[in-house]
Design a binder for this molecule. Structure first.
Ligand SMILES: [Zn+2]
Length: 263
């Protein structure tokens, strides 16, 4: 379980603020046990439990990606890895916005449907941000103005179908708000500007200005990238998506015709 905030001499610190001269005890916010800072060249900088024990069972052996930490790092340290208590049970939320009282879960790695269900039940007001920034993660089936149909092609990400709370895809072309899950891996989305997304969920919790933050999270994309997609390309995609079905139905009708009338 990798975390990027901890308690040092009664103060909240982030891994970026930690340096070797800090010789006192670093404590976990949740279980108060000792943490060690891992700031090597090969690993993503983080804190880990000295005893190798994961105090939050939800994050057992879960190593977070650079993408995950990038989203957390845009927020002030007091709003990330927030401990949420419900019925005496505690869990660490990736990001918590006290203004909107919403939990933002940043999801890259695989989650089974039971874990998804547990988190959706535990956090009253939850949104998911899913990592589709790799070109192999998804395909654009078609676009219509700011609406886009996305097909998740990375099988390791097909767990999204089990999510019932609001989902946002972080794609290499912008932020897509899921408005309808049509079938297994197909989602109709509304492409929304980064500015609107940040002002809805990250108001008052950002470390830097909105424009600076957009530079960090946008991978150079603008929300209009989807809208500008070549229409010929879209027509081709529709044909390749639905062409096979049409051919099968046509062949069936043709053979039926032959059997009925040629005999
Ligand atoms: Zn702990």
């Amino acid at each position: 379980m990798s975390i990027i905030t901890a308690i040092y001499e009664d103060n909240l610190i982030s891994i970026n603020e930690y340096h070797r001269k800090m010789t006192g005890k670093i404590q976990c916010k949740l279980c108060k046990s000792t943490l060690i800072a891992k700031k090597g060249e090969k690993v993503i900088h983080h804190f880990a439990h000295k005893s190798n024990y994961d105090c939050d069972s939800w994050y057992y052996r879960e190593n977070k990606s650079q993408w995950h930490f990038t989203w957390q790092n845009i927020c002030k340290k007091e709003h990330i890895e927030k401990i949420i208590t419900k019925n005496g049970i505690k869990h660490i939320a990736d990001i918590y916005n006290p203004g909107t009282k919403s939990v933002i879960e940043i999801q890259n790695s695989y989650l089974n449907k039971y874990k998804i269900n547990d988190r959706e039940k535990f956090y009253d007001n939850l949104i998911w941000i899913i990592n589709l920034t790799d070109s192999k993660d998804y395909e654009t089936v078609f676009t219509n103005g700011c609406f886009v149909c996305i097909k998740i092609v990375n099988k390791k990400k097909d767990y999204v179908q089990y999510m019932n709370k609001q989902i946002y895809f972080d794609t290499r072309n912008g932020i897509c708000k899921v408005i309808k899950h049509i079938r297994k891996d197909y989602y109709i989305c509304d492409v929304i500007p980064y500015q609107d997304f940040l002002s809805q969920y990250f108001l008052d919790i950002l470390k830097k200005s909105t424009n600076e933050t957009i530079k960090t999270i946008s991978h150079g994309a603008t929300y209009l990238d989807f809208v500008k997609l070549d229409t010929k390309d879209i027509e081709y995609r529709i044909k390749t998506e639905y062409g096979i079905d049409t051919i099968i139905i046509f062949s069936f009708v043709f053979f039926l015709f032959i059997i009925l009338f040629v005999r």
